[in-house]
Ligand binder design. Structure first.
Ligand SMILES: Cc1ncc(COP(=O)(O)O)c(C=O)c1O
Length: 479
């Protein structure tokens, strides 16, 4: 028998919660959340004044004693949450807007409290099936065949990494350092990061130039591939965009698929932002050829308005994911190999993980897909409206017309040097954002400072877009 501890034989304090206490804490939380949601449209689009001081003031030693829940809620909702970009609000037209469907938060609560293990299907067959259904639905949305597999990830960066590793495994030998990948010069930086993490030096990544619409010049790929082959290298992967982060540009996916087929390249399409527009008729036309990709990144935390932490990777030959990820470990339960079911741990880098499937499954079951389609259609209409209205403003140059729901513009004044124009637009952006009804962010395109408007939150509607246009007009009068 072990000796009694210093604290004697007293039982440890209980960490369990009683049903009554659960109800009490949940009610307090819901009260706070409801007030937060109700005030979202009136909250500033961003408030980070004094944020560094706030962050420093929050540093503290490991707490020995507990603090009442009410005090923690106060800290969170009164001090911490407000000092941030209001990424869930209707005025967040920055970067790639998210949203954050509240119903997905309820799903997370259920997932976390029931806390089932979903790494192998036999540990929670029903729940794993619900997540597998989500993967299948995503594959159906893009027109993938039954052999495809959809995997939920924490985001687009992780999906791009898994895609790259899978392509490497499928198309290159074990010693893969001769492998070369081709990405548009507008690719999201997560692709370069993925290459680096997967072991490819930056010199193995070719940035293919883009045209005046910021779409990859497909005719530029073959000569690069030929030169690399002549140099003894092994071209293996082409990454195309279904909606770039800068301007929402969609590459010619049919042409990319042709090039990839002709040169034996794996085609990965990064549709983290734009892929879900395939749910709409207009999006389907823009994204024609998407289903020909070997793998596709789609971010439900962008295009399906779900909370951050919800990405996905779809692979046309689902078995490729297994070949890239499965290794045996003696301490894992022997899992019966049943092709009818999927063990997420055998087709992805993760073993234990959150049950993120419910966060997608629950809103899709609750609403059906139609309201999502309507929302995406509305965003396409809204950006058209913005385009029309911006064109009426004297001095505005549309630098990138929207292909989906992002556009880039700048103010041009005659006689200014390029750097003075850039400075003018930097100040203009500051003035627009200082009104705190919308938050816009810039991009640098061929050395030109442009202001982007990205519309993709389920909370952004015509009224907020009108505010954005008013604030742009007023800021132009100011500068
Ligand atoms: C086109 C594109 N790909 C990949 C990513 C990375 O996605 P995540 O932030 O979910 O990791 C983003 C993020 O904005 C993106 O816009």
């Amino acid at each position: 028998m072990s000796a009694p501890s210093d604290s004697g034989n007293a039982a440890p304090r209980d960490l369990e919660i009683s049903p009554a206490e659960l109800r009490r804490l949940a009610a307090l939380t819901v009260e706070r959340l409801a007030a937060h949601l109700e005030s979202l449209p009136r909250q500033p689009s961003a408030d980070v004044d004094g944020a560094a001081e706030l962050a420093r003031s929050l540093r503290e030693a490991l707490p020995e004693a507990g603090v009442p829940y009410e005090r923690l809620l106060e800290l969170l909702f009164d001090r911490v949450v407000p000092k941030s970009f209001n990424t869930a609000g209707p005025g967040y037209l920055a970067y790639i807007p998210g949203g954050g469907l509240v119903q997905a938060g309820l799903a997370d609560l259920i997932s976390d409290v029931t806390n089932r293990f979903v790494g192998v299907w036999m540990a929670a067959p029903g729940l794993v099936q619900l997540e597998a259904n989500v993967g299948r639905w995503l594959c159906d949305m893009v027109g993938y065949p039954p052999a495809a597999l959809g995997l939920l990830t924490t985001g687009g960066s992780m999906a791009n990494l898994i895609a790259l590793v899978t392509a490497r495994r499928e198309r290159l030998p074990e010693s893969f350092l001769s492998g070369v990948l081709y990405v548009s010069d507008q690719a999201h930086h997560s692709v370069q990061k993925a290459a680096l993490i997967a072991g490819f030096p930056p010199a193995n990544v070719r940035a293919v130039p883009t045209d005046e619409r910021y779409c990859i010049r497909t005719e530029a790929i073959a000569p690069l591939v030929a030169a690399d082959r002549a140099a003894g290298l092994t071209p293996f992967l082409l990454v195309a965009n279904a909606g770039t982060t800068n301007t929402g540009a969609v590459d010619d996916l049919q042409a990319c698929a042709d090039v990839a087929r002709d040169h034996g390249l794996w085609l990965h399409v990064d549709g983290a932002y734009g892929g879900f527009f395939v749910l709409t008729e207009r999006g389907q036309r823009t994204l024609a050829g998407l289903e020909r990709a070997d793998s596709i990144t789609l971010d439900p935390h962008k295009g399906l308005f779900l909370p951050y932490g919800t990405g996905s990777l779809l692979v046309r030959d689902g078995k490729a994911l297994g070949r890239a990820h499965s290794v045996h470990a003696a301490y894992l339960p022997a899992v019966p190999e049943d092709p009818d079911f999927v063990d997420f741990s055998s087709v992805s880098p993760e073993l234990s993980r959150d049950f993120r499937g419910l966060r997608v499954w629950l809103p899709l079951k609750l609403f059906g897909i139609e309201p999502f389609r309507e929302q995406l259609d509305e965003k396409l209409d809204l950006i058209d409206y913005v385009l029309t209205e911006l064109r009426k403003i004297e001095g505005i140059e549309i630098v990138a017309e929207p292909q989906l729901t992002i556009l880039a513009f700048r103010l041009v004044r005659p006689g200014l040097t390029p750097s003075a124009l850039n400075e003018l637009n930097r100040v203009l952006l500051e003035r627009i954002n200082s009104r705190k009804r919308v938050m816009l962010t810039p991009a640098i395109l061929d050395g030109i400072f442009v202001i982007r408007i990205a519309i993709s939150s389920h909370r952004t509607h015509r009224d907020r877009v009108d505010m954005a246009l008013d604030d742009i007009r007023a800021a132009i009068d100011d500068v």
